[in-house]
Design a protein around this ligand. Structure first.
Ligand SMILES: *Cc1c(COP(=O)(O)O)cnc(C)c1O
Length: 473
């Protein structure tokens, strides 16, 4: 006890640290309170270290030496913007927690042009009068998907809500029990349905729903039949569901529209690129679905948006729904979406230029080359006897609730630490000025090359060096 007390007195005082030259310099560029907080927090960590790891005098002195640097790092972190870029080492391509789809530089140039200048957002240049913000993307969505008409709202959740509110308020919507899904972030079909004012009529069972289940439930209160893509899970084994094609046979017989929430909204045949076939938006339209909704930032690879495509009469009614104003997209989204959709006019351009599609279609040879380059950089730059770097085979995931069973073979850098804490190392990676988000599995850190860009390699190396210094300090 008394030994510990002595060690605490070895830690410099806040006032002394404020006089340290690198820390003092910070006072010119950031608020004093922030610097003092950074000092207090680092000192507290050191105190905890003494308490919990029973450091000896030599170790405390060693940590005291690096204390000013750690304080400067912490203060810089506190002074940086809260929403910031990270490196995605997880291999999950559409990772909702770290921003889903990336937008390419080319597309962002269009966004910048619109952002820093005035634009014809709601101005009809031909007639010199008020125009519609939806007009800029409507034609191209129609052209790509084959639908009659289209509009765009804030996200797919809003799209589903708007569709149900417009087409089924105070009436019934029939859904299969196997499709009453919950998507992360509390999007639940029964709840969305309730909010929209429509009444949910669920039919069939969890694993099996037949066409006659829908047919038996149709009555004069029925406003629509809803099909929901079971994005983030699959029911396997003894199952059956009704395809949109089969459902559309009921449409003619009973004159009820069919709505489909596709979730991801794929516009190209992914099986050409080694992925499982995922029904496209074009398929749904061809199969007779009246209104389809999907996300802009999942497999489509654009900005956050909810896209609605379908029969003109319904889309026109949606545009008049007051919810449309609440769900409306801003000009940045419209600009990014239009530029992204344009890339789809030529499929090979889309696959090459849209980051999400590029990462999903990356060949194993390409991933291996990237792994080798990063490996070389790492072994040449890290000095750590306790750390082993290897290239290993692994699997990446699509993410975003898309193709949940798909396992894409990939290459990873695997880091093994001897006698050092892997969780502490991972925390340092997350704390780095540009955080490195890695996968931790069985006491190892994995960095998947599928989601790391070549121009991020130096960052990854610096982050790992920072982390290794941290755990060894
Ligand atoms: C992802 C998803 C949603 C929600 O889409 P957001 O664009 O995130 O609002 C709704 N339905 C399905 C089937 C989905 O997969």
């Amino acid at each position: 006890m008394s030994k510990n007390k002595n060690l605490f007195t070895l830690i410099p005082k806040v006032d002394e640290l404020l006089e340290e030259k690198n820390i003092k310099k910070l006072l010119d560029i950031m608020p004093r309170k922030l610097v003092v907080d950074a000092i207090r927090e680092e000192v507290e960590l050191l105190r905890n270290g003494i308490r919990e790891n029973s450091l000896n005098e030599e170790e405390v002195n060693k940590r005291n030496l690096s204390l000013p640097n750690r304080i400067v790092d912490r203060a810089n972190r506190k002074n940086s913007l809260k929403l910031k870029r990270v490196v995605n080492g997880t291999g999950v391509v559409i990772h909702t927690n770290i921003g889903r789809s990336l937008i390419s530089d080319d597309v962002m140039e269009n966004v910048k042009e619109i952002a820093v200048n005035y634009s014809n957002l709601e101005y009809d240049l031909e007639n010199g009068m008020r125009g519609s913000r939806y007009s800029h993307v409507e034609d191209i969505i129609v052209e790509i998907t084959g639908g009659e008409s289209a509009m765009v709202v804030n996200n797919n959740a809003a799209a589903v809500m708007l569709v149900l509110s417009t087409m089924a308020k105070d009436r019934e919507v029939i859904v299969s029990r196997g499709e009453l899904i919950e998507i992360g972030g509390s999007f639940r079909i029964p709840d969305v349905m309730e909010q929209s004012g429509a009444t949910l009529v669920s039919v069939g069972t969890t694993n099996k729903t037949h066409l006659w289940d829908y047919e038996n439930a149709i009555n004069e209160e029925t406003a629509a039949l809803l099909k929901v893509h079971t994005s983030n899970y699959r029911i396997l084994g003894f199952t059956s569901s009704v395809s949109s094609e089969e459902l559309s046979t009921l449409k003619q017989k009973y004159d009820v529209p069919i709505i489909e929430d596709l979730g991801s909204g794929v516009l190209i045949d992914l099986s050409k690129y080694g992925l499982e076939y995922e029904p496209t938006v074009q398929d749904s339209i061809k199969n007779g679905v009246d209104v389809v909704t999907f996300s802009g930032d999942k497999l489509l690879g654009g900005p956050q948006a909810g896209i609605i495509v379908g029969k003109k009469e319904y889309i026109e009614a949606m545009k008049r729904n007051p919810l449309t104003r609440a769900f409306r997209v801003d000009k940045f989204t419209l600009s990014a979406l239009e530029a992204t959709l344009r890339l789809y006019l030529d499929e090979s351009t889309a696959v090459e230029k849209i980051p999400t599609l590029r990462m999903l279609s990356a060949s194993i040879e390409e991933l291996e080359d990237k792994a080798k380059s990063l490996y070389e950089l790492l072994v040449n730059n890290i000095k750590c006897e306790k750390c082993k770097v290897e290239i290993v085979d692994d699997y990446s995931e699509v993410g975003g609730g898309s193709l949940p069973l798909e396992k894409m073979p990939t290459k990873c850098i695997m880091l093994t630490l001897n006698d050092l804490s892997i969780s502490e190392f991972e925390r340092y990676l997350r704390e780095y000025k540009i955080p490195i988000i890695a996968r931790v599995y069985k006491e190892r850190v994995f960095i998947d090359l599928r989601t790391v860009k070549e121009d991020e390699f130096n960052l990854v190396v610096d982050g790992i060096v920072y982390g290794l210094e941290g755990v060894q300090a």
